[in-house]
Design a protein around this ligand. Structure first.
Ligand code: RIB
Ligand code: CA
Length: 313
């Protein structure tokens, strides 16, 4: 089967970085048409730089990396240095990238690519706030029906919020963008905190990365060593949830995940629950289903896949 063509929209972030590595390590299943950076975990100037650092670490300096929106559609940017550190990739020392940033704006790249590729052959993989995707849909409504699928990390139902009591970070940062995307009619697969909080690193799993003896393995271990302190402190969990690689793992082995096709609406009015993904998991409304919302995953299988693929780089 031909590899699936994807655009990774991202706000690296240590977990985004692992997701990008996993995608670039899996050419049989995935063709990365481009990596589009968005403001999120850290400002855009850093997310676009970090995306290039990761592509070079993967040994893929020809990957096209674009800078996108530097702020949410209608709100001030909220960042997460408290989780990811000042650079967004805190943990190991990282050299500046040497590969170029593309001149073209990420939103124009998304529009141009969806217009150029055959309809239904490009999957969008947002790993951060949905600003770039929503702005592309608003600026070029004709591309919406051309999208094969959106597979995103964001939201939560049983796990509720990680940035507020009610909201997950990616949705909270730009709820207006999320409302546009979830209301677009594009088939959506959601990797919420309900599953990503099951993708927890453990000492053995991090040691398996370190024991690879490669730059990639050493970096991934150092990133997770740094990144896990936030979740261990807050949730008392054993390790860090590798949120974003769940999106890429789904493209490679969808059978690792299970969920329900349900309605998901985004709260954009209430300050108290702003950015909440109101997931009708129990189908108590007659609102039409607009997303495959994941509820469970095979964490052991996920880490096996991750270690196997990262060892290739
Ligand atoms: O809430 C977790 C999400 O927010 C992840 O994508 C993480 O990288 C941050 O963007
Ligand atoms: Ca992210």
């Amino acid at each position: 089967m031909a590899p699936r063509k994807i655009i990774i929209d991202t706000d690296p972030g240590q977990d985004d970085a692992v997701a990008i590595l996993l995608a670039l390590a899996s050419p049989e299943e995935i063709e990365v048409l481009g990596v589009t950076a968005v403001a999120g975990n850290v400002p855009l100037s850093l997310t676009q730089k970090n995306a290039r650092i990761v592509c070079e670490l993967a040994g893929k300096p020809d990957t096209k990396v674009f800078a996108g929106c530097d702020a949410p559609i209608a709100r001030k940017l909220v960042t997460a240095e408290h989780v990811h550190g000042k650079t967004g990739l805190d943990g190991p020392q990282m050299a500046d990238p040497t590969m170029p940033l593309q001149e073209q704006h990420a939103v124009d790249f998304i529009i141009e690519t969806l217009r150029a590729e055959p309809a239904g052959t490009v999957t969008l993989c947002p790993l951060g706030p949905l600003t770039n995707i929503a702005v592309a849909f608003e600026r070029a409504p004709d591309i919406v029906e051309k999208v094969q699928e959106i597979v995103l990390m964001g939201g939560a139902y049983f796990e509720v919020g990680n940035i507020t009591p009610a909201a997950e970070f990616n949705i909270y940062v730009d709820p207006e963008a999320a409302k546009i995307v979830f209301g677009s009619g594009v088939p959506i697969v959601v990797m919420p905190l309900d599953v990503t909080h099951k993708a927890l690193t453990t000492r053995d799993r991090v040691d398996a990365f370190r024991d690879m003896g490669s730059d990639v393995g050493t970096m991934v271990a150092a990133w997770t060593d740094f990144f896990e302190r936030f979740d261990k402190e807050k949730y008392g969990s054993e390790g860090a949830p590798l949120h974003d690689p769940c999106v890429i793992a789904y493209l490679i082995k969808p059978e690792l995940f299970s969920g329900r096709h349900i309605n998901v609406e985004i709260e954009t009015q209430s300050e108290l629950t702003l950015g909440m993904t109101v997931a009708d998991w129990w189908r108590v409304t007659d609102r039409s289903a607009n997303a495959l919302f994941m509820g469970d995953m095979d964490a052991a299988g996920f880490f096996e896949l991750l270690a196997d693929r990262l060892a290739r780089l």
